[in-house]
Ligand binder design. Structure first.
Ligand code: ADP
Ligand code: MG
Length: 584
C-alpha cells in the first residue's frame, strides 16, 4: 500500500513544537486526554448506532484498553468506538478544530518559558501524546467501513505525518505511543493505574488493563492475558437521586473529603439552563483545622463530562463557603480549561451563583428543622406534623453553626447579593440567651414597642459582654441586647446596617437613642443633668483633650458612674483592640 505524506496545519506544527520543546510539569495529563478521546469515540458510536445498530458489529460492549510493552517501549490506548476513516484521520489529527486549543494558541506569547507554563495549564488533546512520545502511530477503522478500509497514521511530531490504508479487523482506534527515553516511568502497571484512577476513574466505560502477577522464578511481574477494569466507572453524581442510597452518598463524601465523619447534609441536582451542570454538594459535620486560612483550598472538584479536570476549583464557590465539599460536572466547559480561564468564564460564574444559592438553601432548611418542637406548634395554633425525616435534622443547624458560623459571617462583606439570606442564618447569644441561638428574626419578634433598633454589643467574651456598663439601661428597660463575642462580628456587622427594615445599633457607639423608650420624666432628667453638669463636662473635656473626643451626660448608665463609647462610624473599642493585637 502506498504511503502519503501530509503537512500539519501551521498552527498544529507550532503547537507540536511547543509540546515537544517544553519542560512540562504535568506530563501525565496526556493519558487523561487520550482516554477521554477514546471515551468520546465510544459515545459517538453509541449515538450513531441509535439509528443503525449494525454499527456495533459483533462487539456491543464498549471499552477502553490501556496496554504497554516494556521491550518495544510502547504504550497503547485502544477503544472500540466510532473509529476514523483515512480522510477523517487526516482532517482530525492534522488540523485544529476545537475552540479550546485555538484559544490556547491565541494566548501564546512567543516567550518559551511563559508558553511552557501555559501548556501546563491546558491540555492540548491528542497532541499531548507528544509530551511523552517521539513517535505516535494511530491505527483505526471506522464503524461501518470494511476491514480493508482501515488507516494507519504516523508522525514524529514535527512538520508532517504519513497515512496509509491498512486492513484492520477490529472497529475503533489504537493510539500507539513510542515513548521517549525519559518517559519510561509510564511502562508500569502501577503508574498507569494510578493516573487512570486520578483522572479517569469516573469515565462511564470500563478502562481495562492486563493483570499482572509476580513470577518468583523470574523475579518480576508478568502480564497475564486476563484484563480487568481499573476504574470504578461509576460517576455517582451522574446517576439519578432515587437510585442512590444515603449510605452511598455518605461513602462518596468520605472518599471525596478524606473525612471520617458522615456529612451533615448534601444536595444533588442537575441544573439546566444557560449553563448545564450537575452539582453534588456536602456540608461537613466538622470544621477542618485550617478553616481560618483564607488561602485554604476550595473543596470542589471539577469534572467536564465525567473527566476529572481539577481539585480545589476555587472559582466555583465564594471564599466564605470554602468549606463546602463536592463535585461539579459541567457539560459546557472545554476539557482543557485552566484555572485562569475559569476565573473569566461566564459559565463558571453561573455555576458559582448556582452553588451559592444551593448551599444557602440547604442551610435555611437545616435552620428551619433545628428545633422541631417549635415547628409542631405554629403561631396559628395549628399543629404541624413533623416527619421522622425532619426530626432527624434536629440540632444539625446548631452543630453546623458552632463549627462554621464564624466563616459564614464573612459572607456579609463578600456576597452582597445574598446578604439578606446570610443575615437570616446568623445566630447570637443575647441578654436573654447564653446559647448562641438567637436569630435576628427571633430578636425582632421580641422587640419592645417603640424600640427603634436591634441592639448589640461586641466584647472579647460572654462574661465581659454581659457585665459591660453600657448594658445597664437596656437591662433596666428589659430590652434584649445581642452579645457578640466572635472575632469577626465587629467587621461582619459593619456590613449589615439593617435587618428586615430595622437598623442594627451598637450600644457602644455614639449617643444611643432610646427614643420613645424613655419616658417623659427620664428625658427631662437627662436634659436637666446636661445643664447642671455643663461646667464639669467642660472641665473634663479640657483635661481629656487628647484622649477623648467628647464627654457627654448619658442615659445609658444606671449604676456605673462613667463608660467609654466611640463615635458612630469609628472603629469600636473591641475592633481597635483586635487591630492592635494584629499589629496595625
Ligand atoms: P477534541 O477531543 O477536543 O476534539 P483532540 O485533539 O483530543 O480534540 O482530538 C481531535 C479529534 O481527533 C477528535 O475530535 C476526534 O475527531 C479525533 N479523535 C481523536 N482520538 C480519537 C479516537 N480515539 N477515536 C476517534 N476519533 C478520535
Ligand atoms: Mg480530546
Amino acid at each position: 500500500m502506498s504511503k502519503h505524506t501530509h503537512s500539519f496545519q501551521a498552527e498544529v506544527a507550532q503547537l507540536l513544537h511547543l509540546v515537544t520543546h517544553s519542560l512540562y510539569s504535568n506530563k501525565e495529563i496526556f493519558l487523561r486526554e487520550l482516554v477521554s478521546n477514546a471515551s468520546d469515540a465510544c459515545d459517538k458510536l453509541r449515538f450513531e448506532a441509535l439509528n443503525d445498530s449494525s454499527l456495533f458489529e459483533d462487539a456491543p460492549n464498549l471499552e477502553v484498553r490501556v496496554a504497554f510493552d516494556k521491550d518495544a517501549k510502547t504504550l497503547t490506548i485502544t477503544d472500540n468506538g466510532i473509529g476514523m476513516s483515512e480522510g477523517e484521520a487526516i482532517d482530525h489529527l492534522g488540523t485544529i478544530a476545537k475552540s479550546g486549543t485555538k484559544d490556547f494558541m491565541s494566548r501564546l506569547s512567543g516567550d518559551q518559558k511563559k508558553d511552557a507554563q501555559l501548556i501546563g495549564q491546558f491540555g492540548v488533546g491528542f497532541y499531548s501524546g507528544f509530551i511523552v512520545a517521539d513517535k505516535i502511530t494511530v491505527e483505526s477503522r471506522r464503524a461501518g467501513l470494511k476491514p480493508e478500509e482501515g488507516v494507519r497514521w504516523v508522525s514524529g511530531g514535527t512538520g508532517d505525518f504519513e497515512t496509509e490504508t491498512i486492513t484492520r479487523a477490529a472497529r475503533g482506534t489504537s493510539v500507539i505511543l513510542h515513548l521517549r527515553e525519559d518517559a519510561n516511568e509510564y511502562l508500569s502497571h502501577w503508574k498507569l493505574k494510578q493516573i487512570i484512577g486520578k483522572y479517569s476513574d469516573h469515565i462511564s466505560l470500563p478502562i481495562l488493563m492486563q493483570k499482572e502477577e509476580w513470577e518468583k522464578d523470574k523475579g518480576e511481574y508478568i502480564q497475564k492475558d486476563e484484563w480487568e477494569a481499573v476504574n470504578s466507572a461509576s460517576a455517582l453524581w451522574t446517576r439519578s437521586k432515587k437510585d442512590i442510597s444515603d449510605e452511598q452518598y455518605a461513602e462518596f463524601y468520605k472518599n471525596l473529603s478524606y473525612d471520617q465523619d458522615a456529612p451533615l447534609a448534601w444536595s444533588h441536582n442537575r441544573v439546566e439552563g444557560s449553563s448545564e451542570y450537575t452539582q453534588l454538594l456536602y456540608i461537613p459535620a466538622k470544621a477542618p483545622h485550617d478553616l481560618w486560612n483564607r488561602d485554604r483550598k476550595a473543596g470542589i472538584k471539577l469534572y467536564v463530562k465525567r473527566v476529572f479536570i481539577m481539585d480545589e476549583a476555587e472559582a466555583l464557590m465564594p471564599a466564605y463557603l470554602r468549606w463546602v465539599k463536592g463535585v461539579v460536572d459541567s457539560a459546557d466547559l472545554p476539557l482543557n480549561v485552566s484555572r485562569e480561564l475559569l476565573q473569566e468564564s461566564r459559565d463558571v460564574r453561573a455555576i458559582r451563583e448556582g452553588n451559592t444559592r444551593r448551599v444557602l438553601a440547604m442551610l435555611e432548611d437545616l435552620a428551619k428543622k433545628d428545633k422541631p418542637a417549635e415547628i409542631t406548634e405554629g403561631a396559628d395554633g395549628v399543629t404541624d406534623v413533623v416527619s421522622e425525616e425532619d426530626k432527624a435534622q434536629a440540632g444539625k443547624y446548631s452543630q453546623f453553626y458552632a463549627e462554621f458560623g464564624s466563616v459564614l459571617k464573612e459572607g456579609l462583606g463578600e456576597d452582597f447579593a445574598n446578604r439578606e439570606k446570610i443575615a437570616k442564618l446568623l445566630r447570637f447569644a443575647s441578654t436573654s440567651s447564653d446559647a448562641v441561638a438567637v436569630s435576628l428574626a427571633d430578636y425582632k419578634a421580641r422587640m419592645k414597642e417603640g424600640q427603634a433598633a436591634i441592639y448589640f454589643i461586641t466584647a472579647d467574651n460572654l462574661a465581659a459582654a454581659k457585665h459591660s456598663p453600657q448594658l445597664e439601661v437596656f437591662r433596666k428597660k428589659g430590652i434584649e441586647v445581642l452579645l457578640m463575642t466572635d472575632r469577626v462580628d465587629e467587621w461582619a456587622l459593619s456590613h449589615l446596617h439593617e435587618f428586615d427594615g430595622t437598623p442594627l445599633q451598637s450600644v457602644a457607639k455614639g449617643a444611643v437613642d432610646l427614643g420613645s423608650l424613655l419616658d417623659e420624666e427620664e428625658k427631662k432628667a437627662a436634659e436637666a443633668a446636661a445643664e447642671t453638669f455643663k461646667p464639669l463636662l467642660d472641665k473634663l473635656k479640657e483635661s481629656l483633650k487628647d484622649k477623648a473626643k467628647d464627654v457627654r451626660v448619658t442615659t445609658r448608665l444606671v449604676d456605673s458612674p462613667a463608660c467609654l463609647v466611640v463615635e458612630d462610624g469609628d472603629v469600636s473599642n473591641q475592633l481597635a483592640r483586635m487591630l492592635k493585637a494584629a499589629g496595625q
